[in-house]
Write a protein that binds this ligand. Structure first.
Ligand code: MF3
Ligand code: CO
Length: 250
């Protein structure tokens, strides 16, 4: 399958889907607090999506059971919301949300502290992971390679003493949640497919405070760090345009 380039009208539709994802995440950020369960977040997201007229993108995708992925502390991605998982002071939680509106997908993620008591090291992990996403986004230019995005993320993360996850990557997005190309958060400048006008990439660095290794729990979804170190995840959908990168999940 080739990489699909979107028309300006399609990108406007994706901006709409992306805006809804952002509204859901902005709402969830206000719900996060000690004592709140990840199922509470799931239910809040489900209601908000309905209010905004959007369908969830993740529920039913390869039989995934929920509208959100909620990943606490050493969980990297694809944590399944549960009423038994209650947020505690000092925790961080990654919230990944996707919707489809009028046939076009939006996908974004944030990692937030549960309260102000997180350690300075964790605060730095969140800041470096979010900043690495913007380092990647700066490379979303016509004629650049997918490897330029990954290399920019990787250099920034490793320069700050953290590591990037290899087993999970970003992706093209459009009329499907996952399209070509894969967008790794590591790589070599100049390598991989060239970016052309109208491509849309979901860039999603997953950064571990310790080693990069991952494993998947017995629930078949939750990815965790092998060494038990903490992990953060931020994601935006970004269009390649003549005017440079345009973030659609704003
Ligand atoms: N943002 C993640 C991704 O793009 C979430 C997918 S979860 C799934 O891969 F359940 F839909 F697989
Ligand atoms: Co994604």
């Amino acid at each position: 399958m080739a990489i699909v380039c979107k028309s300006a009208a399609e990108i406007e539709k994706m901006r709409h889907s992306g805006h809804i994802v952002r509204q859901v995440l902005d709402h969830l950020r206000t719900v996060v607090a000690p004592g709140v369960s990840t199922m509470d977040l799931e239910q809040a997201a489900d209601r908000k999506m309905k209010d905004l007229g959007a369908k969830p993108a993740f529920k039913g995708y390869y039989d995934y059971p929920c509208v959100l992925c909620t990943s606490i502390n050493e969980e990297i991605v694809h944590g399944i919301p549960s009423s038994k998982r209650v947020l505690k002071p000092g925790d961080i939680v990654s919230i990944d949300c996707g919707v489809v509106v009028d046939g076009y997908y939006g996908d974004a993620a944030i990692t937030v502290p549960v309260d102000d008591s997180i350690t300075p090291e964790l605060r730095k992990l969140l800041e470096v992971t979010e900043a690495s996403l913007y380092k990647g986004i700066q490379q979303v230019l016509i004629g650049n390679a997918v490897g330029d995005v990954g290399a920019a993320v990787q250099e920034f993360v490793e320069g700050n003493g953290f590591s990037v996850v290899r087993e999970f990557v970003g992706h093209g997005i459009g009329t499907r949640l996952h399209e070509e190309p894969q967008v790794p958060n590591f790589g070599m400048r100049g390598h991989g497919p060239r970016l052309r006008e109208g491509m849309v990439l979901a860039i999603e660095p997953m950064v571990n405070s310790g080693q990069a290794g991952t494993r998947v729990l017995d629930d078949k979804w939750t990815a965790v760090t092998v060494d038990g170190s903490y992990s953060a995840h931020f994601e935006h959908c970004v269009a390649v345009t003549k005017n440079g990168p345009v973030i659609l999940t704003q």
